[in-house]
Design a protein around this ligand. Structure first.
Ligand code: CP
Ligand code: NVA
Length: 304
């Protein structure tokens, strides 16, 4: 048994054992759901979901996940909450802790997630910040293990912007023992502290030499070039990332049976070609489905 988990603020806070416990429970919940076995483990509990940015997958999978676990979910747009008019996070945390059993938040600054956890008294889940996207990477790891059988000896290569996805993939993959490489322009590298940690704790490489980074990869991962909040830089980024598109030529040095993953939404013709995306649609949409199962495991571990 792993230590109990209080919050999911970022993957760096979790031990390897805690990550594996979440993945094992996710597999079990997926099996039960597919076989019509109900699991009302959170009956009577309510999750608040604060969104300061758009979402399709995160919103729907958390809401459906709570429903399947016998609980309720409240969609709280920051446009409607008093947060949008300047009410401090610290006050919001103390008030919502008195009504809810857990909060999922999607926002810009990681500090807001940390503050909610510090001032509130209920579990806090990071549903994406500019720094991290831990829920996505738990679903990614679940998908990789489902398809490859284990993490042993696997290499993941992330191509593109050193953003929240790159940051969380570095931590998640290193924690489960995978090798990680990042192919990105020098000006768009992932978080420096995380890269230093990865170099000390696993097999990690970062370079603008795409072919060298992709070589022998078992999993090739990409994400949009302009994340939510970077829309104003879209044109500048298109130029900076030209050449970092996941296409047949870029895939060539990877292993012949390499998987392609994408957190979605995808911009065909930018970070990935339509041909590569469609050739790997099975695994990419399974990855999206696994958001539901992985997050249900997180909800159970935090809120039960
Ligand atoms: N991948 C992901 O988090 O998707 P949404 O932005 O649609 O939630
Ligand atoms: N890096 C992207 C991920 C979307 C799921 C963003 O932050 O917009």
């Amino acid at each position: 048994m792993s230590e109990p988990i209080k919050h999911l603020k970022k993957l760096g806070d979790l031990s390897t054992e805690q990550i594996m416990s979440i993945l094992n429970l996710a597999d079990q919940l997926k099996y039960e759901q597919k076989h019509g076995i109900s699991h009302p483990l959170l009956a009577g509990k309510t999750l608040g979901m604060i969104f300061q940015k758009a979402s399709t997958r995160t919103r729907v999978s958390f809401e459906v996940g709570m429903y399947q676990l016998g609980g309720n979910a409240l969609f709280l747009s920051s446009r409607d909450l008093q947060i949008g008019r300047g009410e401090p996070i610290a006050d919001t945390a103390r008030v919502l802790s008195r009504y809810l059993d857990g909060i999922m938040i999607r926002t810009f600054a990681q500090q807001e997630v940390e503050d909610l956890a510090a001032y509130g008294s209920i579990p806090i889940i990071n549903g994406l910040t500019d720094y991290a996207h831990p829920c996505q990477v738990l679903a990614d790891l679940m998908t990789i293990r489902e398809r490859k059988g284990s993490f042993k000896g696997l290499k993941l290569c992330f191509i593109g912007d050193g953003n929240n996805m790159a940051n969380s993939l570095i931590v998640g993959c290193i924690k489960v023992g995978m090798q990680v490489s990042i192919a990105c322009p020098d000006a768009y590298q992932p978080d420096a502290g995380l890269m230093a940690w990865a170099s000390q704790n696993g097999q990690f490489a970062v370079s603008s030499d795409i072919a060298a980074m992709v070589k022998d990869a078992d999993v090739v991962y990409t994400d949009v070039w302009a994340s939510m909040g970077n829309e104003g830089e879209a044109e500048q980024r298109k130029q900076a990332f030209a050449g970092y598109q996941v296409n047949d030529a870029v895939m060539a040095p990877a292993k012949p049976d390499a998987m392609v993953l994408h957190c979605l939404p995808a911009h065909r013709g930018e970070e990935i070609t339509a041909a590569v995306l469609e050739a790997h649609a099975d695994e990419i949409f399974e990855e999206a489905e696994n958001r539901l199962h992985a997050q249900k495991a997180v909800l159970v571990m935090l809120m039960r």
